[in-house]
Design a protein around this ligand. Structure first.
Ligand code: FES
Length: 370
């Protein structure tokens, strides 16, 4: 049973003796004599190690590397220029209509920049750095002063071998390539701005109403979102109902239809006459209890599109802000700080029309709005 005796003659086995035919106790490591666990003392250098660089070839490699670094620089500068200069040319932060094109360009330029930098560094390492074996001895964690000094010397020697100290062209082009790449994430902070300025103060309703009035009409018709059918008062006669509407002609005439639709989208609610409380100064903004409010929640802008018929509450599903449709869409619950803006309504030839824009900016609060 003992592992230390030879099965053939029962004599004790010397450490290091061949283990052929002997049993191993389960869970013990295999005998060290079966495998060479430690490297031999003969650490030969790989072929070509330590050879002096051919200075002509090194110069050529240096120029190739510098070219790739310059390419990386150009890619990241182009990324920043495109991000700042062109990606927002359709209004909005990056232009909804051109978001895909914008992403392709930005992603392509960033990829080009990183790729060129990686190729440059790879060529540098392979063609310009000398190779020689380095033996690093392991010691206690706390290194003695001589070791630290030796490390410093090795580090400086390594830096010299890499060529970074004696090849200023590489050093400078590498720094040039890395600087804008480092700045690129900072540029992305532009998504925090700019301020919306006047863009949220007016919606397409203003433009459409102005155009309608110039043609001698009372206001612009409300069309049903999805069908674009103009809405008659008689079509929306059932109290307790809600529908989403847009200004007539927005898809055909607005300069940036998707942006304008996102801002102008409105909910129409038929509030029972006995529960309706018109706001002061807005007594004629409804048509027999039919009222219109912006669909964009005044908290952070989700569509406030849930309507509870029994309480006449408008609910925003994002953070549960609740607005009272019978009382000028005042906030009755949740984090929203302002009522939903109300759109003044009228009737013309039996059709519901908007007679003006929302009187205040739609959507969430922003600094200029206070
Ligand atoms: S966005 Fe409507 S409650 Fe937050």
């Amino acid at each position: 049973m003992s592992d230390n005796t030879d099965e053939t003659n029962g004599a004790p086995r010397e450490p290091g003796e061949s283990g052929a035919g002997r049993e191993r106790v389960v869970g013990t490591p295999s005998p060290a004599t079966e495998k060479q666990l430690l490297a031999s003392q003969d650490v030969s250098a790989p072929a070509g190690a330590g050879e002096e660089l051919d200075e002509e070839a090194a110069k050529r490699a240096e120029r190739v590397v510098a070219t790739f670094f310059l390419l990386a620089f150009a890619g990241s500068v182009a990324f920043i220029a495109y991000y700042i200069g062109w990606s927002g040319r359709d209004g909005g932060m990056h232009g909804i209509e051109r978001a895909r094109e914008s992403n392709y360009w930005l992603g392509g330029m960033m990829a080009l920049s990183f790729l060129a930098l990686a190729i440059g560094v790879t060529i540098w390492v392979r063609r310009l750095m000398t190779s020689k074996p380095i033996v690093q001895e392991r010691h206690e964690l706390q290194a003695d002063p001589q070791t630290r000094e030796a490390f410093t010397e090795a580090f400086i020697e390594g830096a010299a071998d890499s060529g970074i100290t004696k090849r200023p062209l590489l050093r400078r082009t590498l720094l040039l390539a890395a600087a804008p790449l480092g700045l690129a994430p900072l540029v992305l902070l532009r998504d925090l701005g700019p301020l919306p300025e006047k863009r949220l103060r007016h919606t397409y309703w203003a433009e459409a109403v102005k155009k309608a009035k110039a043609e001698g009409r009372k206001g612009v018709r409300l069309v049903v979102d999805g069908t674009n059918a103009p809405l008659k008062v008689s079509d929306f006669a059932a109290p307790g109902s809600m529908i989403t509407v847009l200004p007539e002609g927005i898809e055909e005439n607005a300069h940036h239809p998707l942006n304008e639709i996102a801002k102008a989208v409105t909910i129409l609610i038929n509030v029972p006459a006995d529960q309706f409380k018109p706001a002061k100064g807005r007594e004629n903004w409804h048509v027999g209890g039919i009222v219109a409010y912006s669909k964009i929640c005044t908290h952070v802008g989700c569509p406030a599109a849930l309507y509870e018929q029994t309480t006449h509450h408008i609910l925003c599903p994002c953070h549960q802000s609740t607005f009272d449709a019978t009382d000028a869409a005042k906030v009755v619950f949740g984090p929203a700080a302002r009522p939903l803006p109300q759109l003044p309504l009228g009737v013309e030839d039996g059709y519901l029309v908007a007679t003006d824009d929302f009187p205040e900016p739609i959507g969430p609060s922003f600094w200029e709005r206070g």
